[in-house]
Design a binder for this molecule. Structure first.
Ligand code: SF4
Ligand code: SF4
Length: 422
């Protein structure tokens, strides 16, 4: 069985295509189940994770024309931006590039990723501009920006790795919101397992330059392969417009080595041939998860994604009445997304901001935050997972969302313009 992209596209356009999420395909094929290739036309996949390789290009009028010659520096909510590449001489206009990992000068737990989400939520941000002989400040929102475009230089990677600290010292790292406890105490994991787009198309047979995707809920396009992409560990670059994004799928993630950036991708995979579905039959337990030493990056063993996503709580449970009213709330202090706050001496949880990383569950002195996060089993060891840098729950929702949009005609699939060699 082999079909062309246009055959599948025609079925989608007629409204009689069968679209399933990768989760649904996996369930249908579990335990020897069968799914004939003609029973599914498109499979939607998704991933949501901390993705460092993110930057935004922002362009907007900051002052009246002629009020300054050219900007020398700029900060948005304290997050430093690169000015340019266009100098916009005497136009009062700024073109800026902001890295998702840039750290605010005022708050080490606030960075580019947090800023991008605040902008998409419609918040005003404070823009400080350095010009010859002084500077000025102005408050602006996303609505004031003619261009606000997010780029991924290293996104949508094919699953990832887990990290442990086998040493005897605590380690500051981008893989933990606090310093990483020593002596194999816990593991940090990343990757959405069998829902991951490149896990389902590792040879990039259907995903290529020009493939339309959802990035943070907005339509965008694949630009090519991402940085450090390799046949074993491919990843993609792409972009989408920030004006169309959904804040729930993006944001900042504070770590002990500086702020990181959360991004989400949903990708449609047309079932062009039989082998594509066969690959999707692989259970989580067949997807390897290399476990690395967080300091040396040497591989210490291999677990699987069954350890990460099977029989665990995808969503953190929350019971504010169980609060012991500690002098200082460890859960609030460690939360990498700022989802925990206190109102009338009781903890509150902003579910839309929560990433389900699980850190509050491993830090709370009471039972306010609870989650079974599972353990990694590798090389004769069992190490409890203490932080997840992927949000499988939102990835599942995003795959569902893409399926709905394809079925009701809101998302038009595009055939790749060119293949990408991973
Ligand atoms: S750590 Fe837990 S029990 Fe203590 S104040 Fe925070 S939420 Fe309450
Ligand atoms: S799981 Fe807990 S620590 Fe993690 S983002 Fe949600 S509230 Fe914050």
């Amino acid at each position: 069985m082999a079909r062309s992209f246009s055959e599948i596209g025609a079925k989608v356009a007629r409204g009689d295509a069968i679209v399933l999420t990768a989760q649904e395909v996996g369930e249908a094929l579990a335990d020897g189940g069968r799914l004939a290739p003609e029973e599914v036309d498109v499979v939607t996949c998704a991933t949501r994770a901390v993705m460092s390789g993110t930057y935004a290009v922002l362009s907007f009028p900051a002052a009246s024309p002629g009020s300054f010659v050219r900007a020398k520096g700029a900060r948005l909510n304290g997050v430093p931006a690169l000015v340019g590449p266009c100098p916009n001489e005497r136009l009062g206009h700024l073109d800026l590039i902001v890295f998702g990992t840039a750290e605010s000068r005022e708050d080490s737990r606030y960075g580019g990723g947090h800023l991008f989400r605040d902008l998409v939520e419609g918040e005003d941000v404070r823009v400080e501009v350095d010009v010859e002989g002084g500077g000025f400040e102005v408050d602006l929102s996303l609505a004031d920006m003619s261009t606000a475009r997010l780029f991924g230089t290293r996104h949508c990677f094919k699953n990832y790795s887990a990290f442990v600290n086998p040493g005897e010292e605590r380690v500051s790292t981008i893989f933990h919101a606090s310093t990483f406890d020593p002596c194999w105490t816990g593991a940090s994991v990343s990757g959405c397992g069998r829902l991951n787009p490149l896990e389902n198309d590792p040879l990039l047979e259907t995903i290529g330059v020009g493939t339309r995707v959802l990035m943070n809920g907005a339509e965008g396009f694949v630009l090519g392969k991402g940085t450090r992409s390799s046949p074993d560990r491919p990843n993609l670059s792409g972009y989408a417009e920030m004006h169309e994004m959904d804040p729930e799928y993006m944001g900042g993630f504070a770590t002990s080595a500086g702020p990181e950036c959360i991004s989400s991708w949903a990708v449609p995979i047309p079932v062009l041939r039989e082998g594509i579905l066969e690959r999707m039959a692989a259970p989580e337990g067949a997807i390897p998860l290399p476990v690395l030493d967080v300091t040396t990056r040497k591989e210490l063993g291999r677990a699987t994604y069954a350890d990460v996503w099977e029989g665990v709580d995808l969503m953190v449970k929350f019971d504010p009445e169980a609060c012991k009213r500690c002098t200082a709330c460890r859960a609030e202090a460690i939360c990498p997304t700022g989802a925990i706050a206190f109102r009338d001496f009781l903890p509150t949880l902003d579910r839309k901001r929560c990433f389900n990383c699980g850190l509050c569950a491993t830090s709370c002195a009471g039972d306010v935050f609870r989650a079974h996060l599972g353990s990694l089993r590798f090389a004769g060891r069992e190490v409890p997972i203490v932080v997840r840098q992927s949000d499988r729950l939102r990835a599942e929702r995003l795959a569902e969302e893409l399926k709905r949009r394809i079925l009701d005609g809101r998302f038009r699939m595009t055939e790749m313009a060119e293949r990408i060699s991973p």
